[in-house]
Design a protein around this ligand. Structure first.
Ligand SMILES: C[S@@+](CC[C@H](N)C(=O)[O-])C[C@H]1O[C@@H](n2cnc3c(N)ncnc32)[C@H](O)[C@@H]1O
Length: 453
């Protein structure tokens, strides 16, 4: 089923990859090197044209001044003609350059797959924040961060982190922690300790509090795991759920007086609405959720699911079998393992919200049906406390990473877009095994604060 997509992606990749075909790569590449080369070429052409104009003007002026007023008229006429000619030359040159970077050409990269055009129908839902604020960092910062993070990631102690974080989310967590520079980092859901290690790489001297039913040291007996020396573990026999911790005394112990200096990372597969309410009650503001599952997928009610409402672009769904959405979903289901078609999306009575009208919790060990009215109220509540909502984009497009799981039509545009193989290579991403790019589930960063009265 997915083989077909992979073959198509691979065959396109072969056609554009500088490794296999240098000439055909030109059509798709828009990396900095080539952009600079084109800019240099433009500059040279312009200089030559200016020089030619100057020489021609000077010669004509010398000749024509000797011819009196009639000659001057001719000078003006010639200048006007030359300006029109040079304008035409500059524009036709830049038009050729721009057309090769045109996003329409890039979307053609996916041939009949119609990736870009399907965005309109499926779209990427987004949570509205109170005042429309967004994060400080830019895509340039993310690219710079990637360059730094790849060599760090290569030194990770747990090479095979199946059931834990892959590359995209490891980068996201590292980047956010390093940007915010918290005084304390709390994680809920440690598994073998990979995310603890990522937090430690971002902030070498900052204390960590880690909550997990099974202590990561237990895994050490069987293979690679990470136990941190500057971490307070509420794990094993000392395990306490995030919602039951006496955060006041933990903050006191760590001499934290400003809760806006604390970062919480959730990878515990619990209902995210429940976690947000608990974090808000404790006074925390900066939250990262690892698994921000799309509607119809996952084992817990997620922030993205909550914000999936009719009034959001890409939000609200149709369970009508003859709808455009049904047709597009069934097509995309064939290509992307995590994509869901209309039968999977919709439960009894056309309930599409959450997962088939259910609010899942605790690795889907618990689930409750939820009415659309309650689901709608949840989104209104979230919007009332949300200052910032930012979904981590996938690090690179699927033709580069060869991932076949998440549907790119339901994800933000990747940091390294398809076709930018040189950048992908320059960042060191070609050195990583393909499997590390398979775990993307829209990690999200939230800044929350109490409702204003
Ligand atoms: C997906 S794993 C975490 C992966 C880890 N963050 C990593 O990067 O490799 C989920 C973890 O959550 C733990 N867990 C289960 N219930 C929990 C709870 N109520 N609070 C905290 N952790 C929980 C599980 O035992 C498991 O270790």
């Amino acid at each position: 089923m997915h083989k077909k997509m992979l073959e198509r992606v691979l065959s396109v990749r072969r056609a554009v990859s500088p490794r296999s075909d240098a000439t055909s790569s030109v059509e798709f590449e828009n990396d900095n090197d080539e952009a600079t080369a084109d800019a240099d070429d433009d500059e040279k052409t312009k200089k030559q044209q200016h020089q030619q104009i100057r020489i021609a003007t000077r010669t004509a002026a010398n000749y024509l001044t000797r011819m009196g007023p009639f000659g001057l008229c001719l000078v003006f006429l010639s200048l006007a003609l030359l300006s029109i000619l040079s304008l035409y030359l500059f524009h036709s040159r830049s038009f050729v350059c721009v057309s090769s970077y045109d996003p329409v050409t890039r979307s053609g990269f996916f041939g009949l797959d119609g990736l870009e055009s399907d965005f309109g129908s499926l779209g990427v839902p987004w949570c509205r924040s109170k005042h429309g604020k967004t994060v400080e960092w830019t895509s340039k910062d993310l690219i710079k961060g990637l360059e730094e993070f790849v060599p760090i990631y290569e030194t990770r102690p747990i090479k095979n982190n199946m059931y834990g974080m892959g590359f995209d989310h490891s980068f996201g967590l590292w980047f956010i922690a390093r940007w915010l520079k918290p005084d304390l980092m709390i994680e809920s859901g440690a598994f073998k300790g990979h995310s603890t290690w990522v937090l430690r790489q971002a902030m070498p001297d900052t204390p960590i509090v880690s909550l997990s039913p099974r202590h990561p040291e237990k895994y050490l007996k069987k293979g690679p795991a990470y136990v941190d020396g500057n971490c307070t573990y509420f794990a094993g026999k000392d395990f306490v759920d995030f919602g039951s911790v006496d955060w006041g005394s933990v903050m006191k112990k760590h001499e934290i007086t400003d809760l806006s200096r604390v970062l919480i990372f959730f990878d515990d597969h619990q209902n995210e609405l429940k976690r947000i309410k608990q974090a808000l009650k404790a006074g925390f503001q900066h939250l990262v959720f690892e698994d921000n599952y799309d509607t119809g997928t996952g084992d817990h009610y997620s922030v993205r699911q909550i914000c999936d409402q009719f009034y959001i672009r890409g939000g609200g769904h149709s369970c009508f079998k003859d709808s455009d959405e049904a047709r597009i979903r069934s097509k995309r289901r064939k290509f992307w393992q995590k994509a869901v078609d209309i039968e999977e999306l919709c439960g009894p009575d056309e309930a599409w919200w959450g997962v088939r009208g259910y609010m899942r919790d605790d690795f889907n060990h618990s689930n409750q049906p939820i009415s659309y009215a309650d689901h709608f109220q949840n989104s209104r509540f979230l919007e009332s406390i949300l200052d910032v909502y930012w979904e981590l984009p996938p690090v690179a497009g699927p033709s580069l990473t060869h991932q076949t799981r998440y549907d790119p039509a339901r994800a933000p545009s990747p940091i390294v877009e398809d076709g930018r193989y040189r950048l992908f290579q320059r960042l060191g991403l070609t050195r990583l095994e393909t499997s590390v790019f398979n775990g993307y589930t829209q990690m999200v960063y939230l800044h929350i604060s109490e409702q204003e009265s």
